[in-house]
Design a binder for this molecule. Structure first.
Ligand code: ZN
Length: 241
């Protein structure tokens, strides 16, 4: 194969690799943000479970306070009951006592329900904490993997860029300029392979004369359809492709 054409092919390989590596590296912040969101969601569930349990316990303490107040009131009423003078006062007092006892009974029931709710709330909180710990571990592993892969990709990128620089220095300015122009006009692909007269980049069919010329090693040819620099792979590569 024409030596310049071979360099252009390798330049294209480097450029394609550089493009995909840069694209891959640029996804790192998004990947880390997604991991971070999983961690935040797990912590938010712990926080929600804590707030829920606090609410239950706060409510229960309130009911306990009310029950105590009602208990004292009941004691006072019972003392007063022995001191009433009239039947009417006695009846009123008895009624007060009944009402207060009923209130205390209701409060005690609510306190019991609150205790059951607190148990369920504690179970939820423990589950959320365990799940968050697991998520934290997974997130750290995932972050490590993302960072390691990015570091590898950066290394590969540096190598590809160095290789590209070397190749570009070996290609004459005019040919390189042509390559760059087509590459920027044709979505990053300036060099295309031709198989059985068909340009593999644009699908256009080459005239027999141009196709035959590709087998001679003396010139750089372009596809009439897409203007890309074209080549035919040697027999050995044809078999692989
Ligand atoms: Zn073409």
């Amino acid at each position: 194969m024409n030596e310049t054409l071979d360099k252009l092919r390798r330049l294209q390989d480097d450029d394609s690799l550089i493009g995909s590596l840069k694209a891959e590296i640029s996804t790192q912040p998004q990947k880390l943000a997604e991991i971070s969101a999983k961690r935040d969601a797990a912590h938010a569930e712990v926080k929600a479970a804590e707030v829920h349990l606090e609410g239950i316990e706060h409510n229960r303490r309130d009911r306990e306070g009310e029950a105590q107040t009602e208990g004292e009131r009941l004691k006072k009423y019972k003392t007063q009951l022995s001191q009433v003078k009239t039947n009417k006062e006695y009846t009123t007092m008895l009624h007060e006592i009944e009402t207060t006892e009923k209130k205390i009974g209701d409060l005690e029931e609510q306190i019991l329900i609150g205790m059951e709710e607190a148990d369920a709330g504690k179970t939820r909180l423990a589950g959320a904490k365990a799940s968050a710990a697991l998520t934290e571990q997974t997130c750290r592993e995932e972050e490590e993997k993302v960072r390691a892969r990015t570091a590898d990709a950066e290394g590969e990128l540096a190598a590809a860029e160095a290789d590209r620089k070397g190749l570009a220095g070996e290609i004459d300015a005019e040919t390189l300029g042509r390559y760059e122009k087509v590459r920027s006009a044709r979505r990053g692909i300036a060099v295309a392979r031709v198989r059985d007269s068909i340009c593999q980049a644009c699908g256009g069919e080459l005239l027999r004369q141009i196709y035959n010329d590709l087998f001679k090693d003396d010139a750089i040819h372009t596809c009439p359809g897409c203007q890309r620099i074209i080549y035919v792979a040697p027999e050995a590569e044809e078999g692989k492709g």
